[in-house]
Design a protein around this ligand. Structure first.
Ligand code: ADP
Ligand code: MG
Length: 341
C-alpha cells in the first residue's frame, strides 16, 4: 500500500501515560477490525503528538496480520481533492465504489472538513455504508468531537458512536524513551545527559523533539564536533523559546520538593520534621548559590525566617556535603537538574 508508511508501527510508537488508552484501543482495533465497539476509533490531539503515526500503525498491523483486508489511509485533504476531481470528470460512481469496497478506512485530520459541506455529505454516506457493513473506521482530528467546529452535526454524532481517545504530550521519561528509540533506529548513540537535556527543554511537540535531535546530529557532522551537553545547549538556543529561563527561588523550591517528595507548603511552614528541615536547608543553600537574592529575601521566602537562619542553613549543608556521601549525592542530583533549566 503506497499510502501507508512502513515506519509508522506499534513497535516504534513508544508507550506512556500520554497515549496509553489510544494505543491500546488501536491495538484492539488492529486485532479485530470492525469487530470491537471502537468503531469509529477517533484519535485526537494537538499537532505533532503522534496521531498519524498511531493511525498508520493500526493500518500496518492489520496489513501484517490480516493481509486480505483492504486498508486505505487517506488524508482529509486528499479525499476532498479526489472528490472534486471525480465531480469534474463525472466519475462519482467509481469514486463511491472504490471507497465502499474498503475494509479499513483511515481518515486523517478530519478537522479539515470544516466548511466543506459537499465533501462532508459525501463522506457521511461512505461512513454509513462502511459502518453498516461492519467495516472499520479510524479517524484523527486535532480536537475532540464535541469541540470540532464547522462540521455537520450528523457527522459529528457518528464520530461519537465509537471511542474517542486523546494523545497528550509525553512526560519527560517518555520523551527520553522516544529519543532513545529514534536514535537506536538510526544506529546512533547519544550521551544520556544530551538526551535528557533535549527531552527536558522541548516539551510541547514530539515532531519538534525529533527535529531538535536531527539538527543536533547535522551540526555535529558539519562542525566535526562530538555531541556533548555543550553542543546541545548552544544548538538548542535557537530551538527553545524560553532558553534564558532565569533560575528563581520558586523554581529551586519546586525542584527540591519534587526530589524529596515533600509538599511545597511544608517547606515554608514552621515544622521541624527532619526531612522538611533538610529540604528547606538545601533550598536555601541552592538559592544563595544560584540566584542573586539577598539572604534576607531568601529567609523571607521560606516562611519569614531571618538572614541568620539562612547562614546557618548554608553552613549545615556545606558541612553535610563534606561528611555525608549520600547527602552530597542528593545535592549533586538537584544541582544537575537545576543546570538543565
Ligand atoms: P500528528 O499527526 O499528531 O501531527 P505525527 O504522527 O506526525 O503527529 O507525529 C510526529 C512525529 O512524532 C512523528 O515522527 C512520530 O513518529 C513521532 N511520535 C509521536 N509520538 C510518538 C511516540 N509515542 N513514539 C514514537 N514516536 C512518536
Ligand atoms: Mg498528522
Amino acid at each position: 500500500d503506497p499510502q501507508l508508511n512502513q515506519h509508522y508501527t506499534f513497535e516504534n510508537f513508544v508507550e506512556g501515560d500520554c497515549n496509553r488508552l489510544a494505543r491500546s484501543a488501536g491495538y484492539a482495533v488492529a486485532a479485530k477490525p470492525g469487530g470491537t465497539s471502537f468503531n469509529p476509533l477517533m484519535i485526537y490531539g494537538h499537532v505533532g503528538l503522534g496521531k498519524t503515526h498511531l493511525a498508520q500503525a493500526i493500518g500496518n498491523e492489520i496489513k501484517r496480520t490480516l493481509p486480505d483486508k483492504l486498508v486505505l489511509y487517506v488524508s482529509c485533504e486528499k479525499f476532498t481533492q479526489q472528490f472534486v476531481d471525480a465531480l469534474k470528470h463525472n466519475n462519482i460512481n467509481d469514486f463511491v465504489n472504490f471507497y465502499q469496497a474498503i475494509d479499513v478506512l483511515i481518515m486523517d485530520d478530519v478537522h479539515n472538513f470544516a466548511g466543506k459541506e459537499k465533501t462532508q455529505d459525501f463522506f457521511f454516506h461512505i461512513f454509513n455504508h462502511l459502518h453498516q457493513s461492519g467495516k472499520q473506521l479510524i479517524i484523527t482530528s486535532d480536537k475532540a468531537p464535541k469541540d470540532l467546529a464547522g462540521l455537520e452535526e450528523r457527522l459529528l454524532s457518528r464520530f461519537k458512536w465509537g471511542l474517542s481517545a486523546d494523545l497528550q504530550m509525553p512526560d519527560l521519561e517518555t520523551r527520553m524513551a522516544i529519543l532513545k528509540n529514534k536514535t537506536y533506529q538510526d544506529g546512533i548513540e547519544l550521551p544520556d545527559d544530551v538526551i535528557e537535556y533535549v527531552a527536558h527543554n522541548i516539551d510541547n511537540n514530539v515532531r519538534e523533539l525529533e527535529g531538535a535531535m536531527v539538527s543536533l546530529l547535522a551540526q555535529s557532522t558539519l562542525m566535526r564536533k562530538e555531541i556533548d551537553l555543550n553542543l546541545a545547549k548552544s544548538m538548542l538556543k535557537n530551538f527553545v523559546k524560553h532558553s534564558s529561563k532565569e533560575i528563581s527561588i520558586e523554581y529551586i523550591q519546586s525542584l527540591v520538593c519534587e526530589y524529596f517528595e515533600v509538599p511545597v507548603e511544608m517547606v515554608k511552614s514552621q515544622t521541624r520534621k527532619r526531612e522538611i528541615v533538610q529540604a528547606r536547608q538545601i533550598s536555601m543553600y541552592l538559592a544563595k548559590a544560584h540566584t542573586k537574592s539577598s539572604l534576607k529575601s531568601i529567609g523571607n521566602f521560606f516562611g519569614g525566617r531571618d538572614h541568620s537562619t539562612v547562614i546557618y542553613a548554608c553552613q549545615t549543608v556545606e558541612d553535610l556535603i563534606d561528611t555525608d556521601k549520600k547527602f552530597k549525592g542528593y545535592v549533586a542530583d538537584i544541582q544537575k537538574k537545576l543546570k538543565m533549566a
